[in-house]
Design a binder for this molecule. Structure first.
Ligand SMILES: C[S@@+](CC[C@H](N)C(=O)[O-])C[C@H]1O[C@@H](n2cnc3c(N)ncnc32)[C@H](O)[C@@H]1O
Length: 218
């Protein structure tokens, strides 16, 4: 937890209630230990969707479909979502949950390795996505970035989740267990790159497990 637990608990009491189907899906995902977006992250995404009013969303990391279905509830009527997942056990559940979602016709689930699919993704050509939510293999984020930049439109929003890794990203490399050093290094490289790219304006925000919000300015 990167924000004081008491403060997070208080903020959570202010969050709007989820629609019944999302509440049930959230409950079952948490029971099964699926790492879905936290309450604070949900609110933040809902706010961004209300401000940006995107037309085309890409999500990398569908898990069991919670965040894709969540975003579909709060996106504009004419918006569509493409979401990517590679783990069969998760895909089985994501297919089922999406098939019951009220706006299922707006969600496309792509099955396979994210980097391979991102490279193939053409949609309406480059710059065709105005909202991208990155929530998959954390150590791969930097590898996804060239494709993300190709697909993101000018003025488009890129949101990346779990960038502060429960606060460990702020620790010195020597304070990190050997097991976590690779992700620590990769996440720091990703954050440095995002915050220093001329094409992006990025804010690192200590919400949930840490989020970056970037907009393509060039
Ligand atoms: C944190 S979970 C996503 C949670 C989901 N966004 C939500 O909040 O409901 C990350 C997901 O990314 C998937 N994933 C990780 N690496 C991937 C890759 N290289 N290609 C496709 N999916 C990947 C994992 O299988 C996992 O289900």
């Amino acid at each position: 937890m990167i924000v004081d637990e008491r403060i997070t608990a208080y903020i959570n009491t202010l969050e709007k209630e989820l629609p019944f189907h999302l509440k049930e899906l959230e409950k079952s995902a948490l029971l099964e230990g699926v790492p879905i977006i936290r309450k604070e992250t949900q609110t933040f995404l809902r706010f961004l969707l209300a401000v940006k009013k995107p037309r085309r969303i890409l999500e990398v990391g569908a898990a069991v479909g919670f965040s894709a279905i969540f975003m579909s509830e709060y996106m504009p009527e004419d918006c569509t979502i493409v979401t990517i997942e590679k783990v069969e056990m998760r895909l089985v559940k994501a297919r089922k949950h999406i098939s019951f979602a009220p706006r299922r016709n707006k969600i496309t689930l792509l099955e396979g390795e994210a980097l391979v699919l991102l490279k193939k993704l053409a949609l309406d050509g480059p710059n065709s996505l105005d909202f991208i939510f990155l929530d998959a293999a954390k150590a791969q984020y930097l590898n996804y970035l060239p494709e993300i930049m190709r697909l993101l439109s000018k003025g488009g929003i890129l949101v990346t989740d779990n960038v502060l890794q429960d606060g460990t990203v702020a620790e010195s490399r020597y304070g990190i267990t050997r097991r976590d050093r690779t992700i620590h290094t990769r996440m720091r490289e990703y954050l440095y790159t995002l915050t220093h790219m001329d094409e992006l304006e990025t804010a690192v925000i200590p919400v949930g497990d840490g989020i970056t919000v970037s907009t393509k300015v060039k």
